[in-house]
Design a binder for this molecule. Structure first.
Ligand SMILES: C[S@@+](CC[C@H](N)C(=O)[O-])C[C@H]1O[C@@H](n2cnc3c(N)ncnc32)[C@H](O)[C@@H]1O
Length: 349
């Protein structure tokens, strides 16, 4: 990495900010671990890769770029970006089937990357199969840390038997309390997750621990505590293992672990604020509707009050006129009306 280009200079003080804003707000892809894969390729000959969970094909291309001649991109729901990536690269082969069932049908690989459905019932048989049938392969697993370390995620729950699934929810986990919440890390229709965390047969790390324990003492698991946790599993060579030594600055880093926790705390706080903002907007809409209805009612009442006021004024005016007429009658000169009557009778004769 060129520090001047990455972090800027006096003449170009915004380089770091530019780099930061080019990244997605939440880093989540294995592509962030390029330097880890470079170390793996530097220590092992990697010709064939089986990639479980290819998503956009970003990683598939990288495995080929680093030197693999065949990359089997396993994904039962490939999107167009993945199809385009595969169509444009002879080394990539799309396998539109779910793992683990498809694994025995693929050629043995030097590198298995397990990043498909993130639940115990899927990951445990995947890893068990690879440990048994490709003992010399390097195995990389993603999402070994929060939130899926001890809690199942289900992309395709219908593929699992009901005994293999925990009761699940569309709500998601958050760093800020232990219960699921609609303001948490939610799948928005793409996935659901186990209502409870922990216990047996729950979560990716639990699946990896159980698969390794059942396979015997011949395996090493190391963990890079960044971007949801990356696990590397290799066969124990009895002591010094150059790949694991090379990974040690990453796997032993408290700094990385701290940054990951801080990133998750910040991001889940952002999710909460976003959720609250949407809820407040809905409240504000409801309030605006209430105010509009009340204003309408107020106008109607004001109009009624105006009418009543005008009617009252008319009553007062008529009463006054009535009083004046009464007064005029009472004050007329005595016999004046009889005199007027006899005068008009004489004129007619
Ligand atoms: C977390 S994404 C993979 C991300 C990708 N490896 C990356 O780092 O860029 C998970 C992918 O696994 C796929 N998937 C879900 N269930 C699967 C299964 N049983 N076998 C293989 N892939 C699966 C999903 O369709 C999705 O594309």
């Amino acid at each position: 990495m060129n520090p001047a280009a990455a972090f800027g200079t006096r003449e170009d003080p915004h380089a770091q900010a530019r780099w930061a804003r080019q990244q997605p707000l939440l880093l989540h892809s294995l592509s962030c671990f390029r330097e880890i894969f470079e170390l793996i390729y530097a220590h092992r000959v990697i010709s064939t890769v089986v990639e479980v969970g290819a998503e956009s094909g970003q990683m598939s291309t990288l495995y080929a770029e680093l030197g693999a001649t065949s990359v089997y991109c396993v994904d039962p729901a490939p999107n167009q970006t993945l199809r385009t990536a595969v169509a444009g690269n002879d080394a990539l082969h799309l396998v539109e089937r779910p793992s683990p069932d498809v694994l025995p049908e693929l050629p043995p690989a030097d590198l298995y990357v397990l990043d498909g459905d993130h639940n115990y019932a899927t990951v445990r048989p995947e890893l068990t199969w690879v440990l048994e049938h490709a003992p010399d392969a390097v195995i990389v697993l993603h999402d070994l840390l929060w939130p899926w370390s001890r809690r199942d995620l289900y992309y395709e729950p219908s593929r699992l038997t009901s005994e293999d699934r925990h009761p699940s929810s569309p709500d998601g986990p958050t760093i800020w309390h232990d219960e699921l919440t609609p303001a948490g890390f939610v799948g928005l229709g793409a996935f659901t997750c186990s209502e409870e965390a922990g216990g047996e047969r729950n979560g990716v790390l639990t699946a990896v621990e159980d698969a390794l324990a059942a396979a015997g003492a011949d395996w090493w698991l190391v963990l890079v505590p960044a971007i949801f946790g990356l696990g590397v599993v290799v066969r124990d060579e009895g002591g010094f293992h150059p790949l694991l030594e090379a990974l040690r600055p990453y796997t032993d880093s408290r700094l990385l672990a701290m940054l990951e926790n801080n990133r998750l705390a910040l991001y889940t706080r952002v999710l909460q604020l976003q959720y609250e903002a949407v809820a407040h907007a809905a409240d504000a809409d409801a309030l605006a509707n209430t105010i509009a209805a009340q204003r309408h009612e107020l106008d109607r009442l004001t109009e009624q009050a105006g009418l009543a006021q005008r009617q009252q004024a008319e009553i007062v005016r008529l009463n006054k006129e009535n009083e004046q007429l009464k007064k005029a009658i009472a004050e007329r000169p005595a016999g004046a009306i009889d005199l007027l009557k006899s005068l008009s009778a004489r004129r007619r004769r």
